[in-house]
Design a protein around this ligand. Structure first.
Ligand code: OAD
Length: 269
């Protein structure tokens, strides 16, 4: 009778390969999505638990949704902030922060707005700028004025019981909105250029916990590949990027990333 595949040894081979590629790389770009925070208890957007009340993220994270019902959209963001406040960076966030702070040539690019990479940078890398992520889609903990455009850190509780109680700009009194990128909006061109430049110069693009269906983030790995680098994917499920991944680790981030980037989760640089 044919033997069933030995899944442990398959994943160990993949882990060894990933570890070697990362160790030998001069430049590494790390792209993360909601899956890197799943082990911290932050819900992902798609898949099980991806709904809030009867709404999908795509129905609420749009400028139209905010124009139509800013109270509802703020209520959703306040709910997400509350969840994230109760979560902590996991071993993957901590290992990545430690790795990025330990050497030059590593850039963490995240689609997440949960600020867990930022908290990890403060926890294990004393806020070392090299460990701070490029936040492609903004942050739950910043707000932007819909009238004057001023951005500000925003961590206060939001009273979303009526439009009248929503947060307003300290400078001009305009309605504030979450400082996140919504569907149908463009990403900040300088931020996206910085991320693509790093991806094109990277020897390794390490893609962790993204379904890779939202552009332009999903194309970062292709930029590395087209420039001659390799792609390593960490995701329990296959994604559209699996086809161009040189190594695929079919497992969760907290379990595998610390061993791939070779940093003890709590080791300060
Ligand atoms: P998704 O929710 O689309 O995908 C999460 C991915 O994480 C899936 O591929 C899961 O298989 C994987 N995953 C789940 N648990 C994991 C674990 N423990 N370790 C590693 N991976 C795990 O989230 P994103 O790809 O981040 O955009 O979504 C991209 C963008 O779509 C978000 O930034 C957001 C959303 O709409 C905006 O809000 C603009």
């Amino acid at each position: 009778m044919p033997r069933a595949p030995d899944h442990d040894s398959i994943s160990n081979d993949a882990l060894d390969a990933a570890r070697r590629l990362v160790r030998d790389a001069e430049r590494v770009v790390v792209l993360t999505g909601a899956g890197v925070s799943a082990d911290s208890g932050v819900p992902t957007f798609r898949g099980a638990g991806g709904l809030w009340k009867e709404y999908r993220a795509e129905e609420l994270a749009t400028p139209r949704a905010f124009e139509r019902d800013p109270r509802l959209v703020w209520e959703w963001y306040a709910w997400r902030r509350d969840i994230v406040r109760g979560c902590h960076p996991n071993a993957a966030h901590l290992a990545l922060a430690s790795f990025a702070a330990s050497r030059d040539g590593v850039l963490i690019v995240t689609q997440n707005v949960d600020a867990l990479h930022v908290r990890a940078a403060h926890d294990v890398a004393r806020g070392d700028a090299r460990a701070l992520p490029v936040e492609l889609h903004g942050s739950l903990f910043r707000a932007r004025c819909t009238a004057c455009g001023r951005r500000e850190p925003h961590d206060e509780p939001v009273d979303a019981s009526s439009v009248a109680t929503l947060p307003v700009c300290a400078r001009c009194g305009g309605l504030l909105r979450p400082d996140v990128v919504w569907f149908g909006e463009s990403l900040d061109s300088r931020i996206i250029a910085h991320a693509f430049d790093a991806a094109a110069r990277a020897d390794v693009c390490l893609v962790i916990g993204t379904s890779a269906v939202v552009q332009p983030a999903a194309s970062l790995a292709a930029a590395t590949r087209e420039a001659g680098g390799v792609v390593v994917e960490v995701n329990p499920e296959p994604t559209p990027l699996t086809a161009i991944a040189d190594v695929s680790i079919r497992a969760g981030a907290a379990r595998t990333v610390p061993s791939i980037v070779g940093q003890a989760a709590h080791g300060a640089p």
